[in-house]
Write a new protein. Structure first.
Length: 156
C-alpha cells in the first residue's frame, strides 16, 4: 500500500527517488487512496472501505461524496434526503401494520380482494342491516346479489 507524498517528485530529486515517487503515486491512484498519502491535491476522490463510500478531499479533510440519482446514487447523504431525491413519499417509511393514508387514492388492479370479518347469528345467517333480511349467502358482482329461493336471485 502506497503512502505517496503528492508534492513529489520535484526537479531537484534524484533519478532513483524520482521513479520511486512516481510509483507510489501510481499505487495511491490505483488503490483509490487506500493508504495515508500526504500533500493530497484538492478535490481528489477516494474510496473509503470502512464506510463503503466515495469521499472528496476538500480543505484538508475527506468529505463524503454524494452521488446524484442520475449517476446511480441516492442523491442524498441522509436517509431522508435520499428518499426525497428518489421520490419516495411518507408511505415508504410506514410499518405494514400502521399505514396511514391521508390523501390520494388507491386504484385497484384487475382483481381486488377484500377481507370482511362477519359474525354469524344463531340461525347461521348474517345481519346485513336493521332493515335488511338475514341471508346465508351474498355475492358481489356488478352489484349485491342475495339469494331469495332456489335458483332465484335479487340483484341490487
Amino acid at each position: 500500500m502506497a503512502n505517496a507524498d503528492w508534492s513529489k517528485p520535484g526537479l531537484s530529486d534524484t533519478y532513483a527517488n524520482f521513479l520511486a515517487y512516481l510509483v507510489s503515486r501510481d499505487e495511491d491512484a490505483a488503490t483509490m487512496f487506500n493508504g495515508t498519502p500526504t500533500n493530497i491535491p484538492a478535490n481528489t476522490i477516494r474510496y473509503n472501505r470502512s464506510t463503503d463510500g466515495l469521499e472528496e478531499y476538500i480543505t484538508g479533510s475527506w468529505v463524503p461524496k454524494v452521488l446524484s440519482v442520475v449517476a446511480g446514487g441516492t442523491g442524498g447523504n441522509t436517509a431522508s434526503a435520499a428518499r426525497t431525491a428518489l421520490g419516495i413519499g411518507t408511505m415508504g417509511t410506514q410499518a405494514n401494520n400502521a399505514v396511514n393514508i391521508t390523501g390520494g387514492s388507491i386504484v385497484p388492479d384487475t382483481l381486488m380482494k377484500l377481507k370482511c370479518d362477519l359474525t354469524l347469528d344463531a340461525d347461521a345467517s348474517y345481519n346485513v342491516g336493521s332493515n335488511a333480511a338475514k341471508v346465508k349467502n351474498a355475492y358481489i358482482g356488478t352489484g349485491l346479489v342475495i339469494p331469495v329461493g332456489t335458483n332465484k336471485w335479487v340483484v341490487s
